[in-house]
Write a protein that binds this ligand. Sequence first.
Ligand code: KG4
Ligand code: ZN
Length: 360
Amino acid sequence: MTLILGLETSCDETAAAVVRDGCEVLSSVVASQHALHERYRGVVPEIASRAHLEKLSPVVGQALEEAGVKLSDVHAIAVGNRPGLIGSLLVGVSAAQALAWAASKPLIGIDHVQAHLHAAALYRADDPPTAVASLPFPALGLVVSGGHTSLYEMRSPTELRLLGRTIDDAVGEAYDKAAVIVGAGYPGGPRLDRLAQRGDARAYELPRSLLDKQSLDFSFSGLKTALLYTVRGQPQGRGRAAQFERSADDLTEAQRADLAASFQAAAIDSLIIKVERAIEQLAEEGRRPRSLIVGGGVSANSLLRKRAAEVAEKHELQLGLPAMEFCVDNAAMIAGLAHEHYEAQRFSPLDLPAIATTSR
Ligand code: KG4
Ligand code: ZN
């Protein structure tokens, strides 16, 4: 039996968790900073790193307490050390280094994006998985978050090959911006999802950017601009000086819901089309995936969950969708994926760096 303490501070959630044997979550504490960033309608990096500094120590204490373990009981300390906001990452990485050194435990640096694809394997002891406990590999992995929109061919949970990524905005970012455009509030993704459920997805025609036929890349900036022009009309002038015909305040509640539903249909369609294209391309190359694994904040989206289930059934793939609490940033996914590295005795040096960008 292996217990791993995980830390996560890559963006605006300060999180710590204790996970047993890679999948059973004994505790997962997430302190959200939403209230601090709400008035700016986005994450302010300096505010985020300062808040991590204040919150991390109590959050780690709470995670150990809720799991009923002491620091000396855990077998390793894992931390999300890439990619993310550099100031935010540094807080978690420094804390993990200090804990590992002080308690003489191995340190394991984890790629945040890879960890999102482990979230589907996590469960609480009082909510164990019913059907299959582990997803078969090779798998097709789709990471959809505020910072990433990427498709991977996965030979195992730690062996990923990038098949395609967004060439502009991430889908979560597009959701957050769309929420501002239609006046849905912050945090944008969940608010827009809820609003969309009351609207008609055929009310407005918005583009699905497919790029060229073979491409597995994504693009969301055209959809965002199309939504903006639909709401406010064609602008006169460019950039900050642009004058629009209308304002979002002119929308009725019904129009707001229809716009949200039309945006949601276009955004999720763009994802699903590429997922199906990837399955077909891999099958043609004789490397058919056995599972479809989805992770990241947007995997909480109601329409994406429904459409992913349909695709998995159609192509006879096992579906890996995270429980709702593990879709958005959390430390259980960090501690869980670290188990794979622990088993392989792949440890990080105590001077593990924080890295803002990803190599994938
Ligand atoms: O994974 P995550 O917590 O952070 C990053 O690593 O970026 O993802 C956050 C993103 C935000 O853009 C948020 O708006 C989006 O996930 N999100 C959603 C939903 N819940 C969260 N987007 C669409 N529908 C949702 N239900
Ligand atoms: Zn994330």
